[in-house]
Design a protein. Sequence first.
Length: 345
Amino acid sequence: MSSVPENTLAIIIPAYNCSDTLPACLKSIAASDRTPNEILLFNDGSTDDTARIATDFGAKVITNTGAPRGPAVGRNICAEESTSDTLVFIDSDVSVESDSIRKLEHAITSEEKVAAAFGSYDNQPASSRLAALYANLRHHFFHQNSAREATTFWSGFGAMQRDVFLANGGYSKSFDRPSIEDIELGIRVKQAGWRIRLVPEALAKHHKDWNIRQLWRTDIWQRAVPWAKLIVSGETGGLDLNVTGKEKTKSVLAHMVWILALVSVLVPESRPATLLLCAGAAITYAVMNASFYSVLYKAGGLRLLFGGAGLHWLYHLYASITFACVLTASRINVKNPSQKLDRAS
């Protein structure tokens, strides 16, 4: 009686000057209850001890000696080099819980037509900086409260069948820095008829020490802009990309707060009515975000509650403004057929 071949699994880590966070990442992999068959690290032009640290842990290091080419290219190169059935992508500043890799593998191997699965950040980020706590807990909250039947993919801690990954072209080479390359790949995989599963109990800890400038630059230029371009170009094929009606309502309310406050200053005679409406919008906005505020408070008390709530309000403002700007630009470009919106693939 023939037995079913055991699934083989490779860990793929794109890395650039990550000697501060890489040891925690590799130690967590070593402590996993699912021992990988391969660990491949793409050393993307690092000038620190990244390559030595990875070699000491037994990883196969593939080195780019030139200028950094970006994690998308690095993951593609490692995927081509791998001989395993399942590829598990882990960022170099992420450490995983001992059972998390096994949970992602199980989601792929146990369910029909599931080509990929991804996990979630935990609710205890490594950094105590306000911006880092907010960013990581926002990510945690969204993943913990989203549908398990996902419309996107996440490469911070995500797994995919190697044959599906290669058949769909891997990550787009147009992304030369961390961006939405995983979302764009997930769209193509979904459109090819495969399923992607969110496994919120597959937890990982993020060690990135975000500051405000890094947070806003990443949110706007590396995520919101290309994400909006992808949506308005029609390349999502109708997938909502987690832009839910509830989030849109929150954005409208966030704008109502500052607009009504401004009107009350500019038009004094309307002040009683506009301040009342402003208060109503603010209260409604707060109620809609109450669950997230609870996560902030539990993780960092009043400091994180009020600081994180303020950052979240700003997030709804700049995310919606970015989308509106991209949509407007795309409609202007339609008037000139020779101009096309930059494609994310």
